[in-house]
Design a protein around this ligand. Structure first.
Ligand SMILES: [Zn+2]
Length: 256
């Protein structure tokens, strides 16, 4: 299994990084991709990656909830880091209107700037979309004719929404703990989205799957997401593991 979106570099895990990585490997997690959030998190990501270089890969991005008054400084920081390391993707980036709509305009500018850079560097990008589907689609449409590719992180919408993304580019859909929640409606029709578009992710330490809901999330819990996907798609857990691993490698590692 590959956890394509995990913040295990953060302070929540600082005291037990070795144990955490051992638990992940024991549970069958072969690789973890670390999405960036802001200036501080990039330091943590680099430290974590330097400790476990074969087990992790890094993204570079500015999270939409980090965008505020000083967003231009953050974009300068982003630009200054683009060529400084080996990134497998730009992210996470996007638009988040759940907490605060004050900086919608700035969030859009930052999102579109990061897409520009992703295209220029031939990298995929990781979309954080929360209460902002229309705004995200609106931004993506501005890049029509350009080679857009990436993952919609924590996807919890419907096949119609997935289709809109797929009309605009080479997109994958990151599925995590939310798929196991009893009140979630989207799993009922998730199987209409082709399995070759699905990626596994935890968003650890958040969005913990059942039966660990309420606790801190970690990549070793991915197996519960795999079990649920195996029910949704009517194939074995092993098949889900193999397919989603292939998908992740196709998007992040083997693109030319
Ligand atoms: Zn995240």
């Amino acid at each position: 299994m590959i956890d394509t979106h995990s913040h295990i570099y953060g302070s929540e895990f600082a005291s037990e990084q070795e144990e955490l990585v051992a638990r992940c490997k024991n549970a069958g997690v072969e690789h973890v991709i670390l999405p960036n959030v802001d200036v501080e998190s990039l330091k943590e990501i680099r430290e974590f990656h330097n400790k476990f270089p074969d087990f992790t890969s890094m993204m570079l991005g500015i999270h939409p909830t980090s965008i505020g008054e000083d967003y231009e400084n953050l974009l300068d920081f982003f630009d200054s880091e683009v060529d400084s390391d080996k990134w497998v993707a730009i992210g996470e980036t996007g638009i988040d209107l759940y907490w605060d709509k004050t900086y919608l305009k700035e969030q859009k500018i930052a999102f579109e700037h990061q897409i520009d850079v992703a295209i220029e560097k031939n990298l995929p990008f990781c979309i954080h979309c929360r209460d902002s589907f229309a705004e995200i689609i609106d931004s993506l449409k501005k890049f029509k004719g350009k080679p857009l590719r990436g993952v919609v992180h924590a996807f919890s919408l419907y096949p119609e929404n997935a289709r809109q993304y797929l009309e605009l580019g080479d997109f994958y859909f990151g599925i995590g703990g939310v798929v196991t929640y009893k009140n979630a409606k989207f799993p009922d029709r998730l199987g209409e989205i082709p399995l070759d578009r699905i990626l596994l992710e935890t968003d650890a330490p958040y969005l913990t799957p059942v039966p660990h809901r309420g606790k801190r999330n970690e990549p070793s819990y991915l197996i519960h997401v795999v079990d649920k996907l195996s029910q949704v798609y009517g194939v074995s857990a092993e098949e889900i593991d193999i397919k989603t691993t292939e998908n992740a490698k196709r998007l992040f590692f083997y693109h030319d």
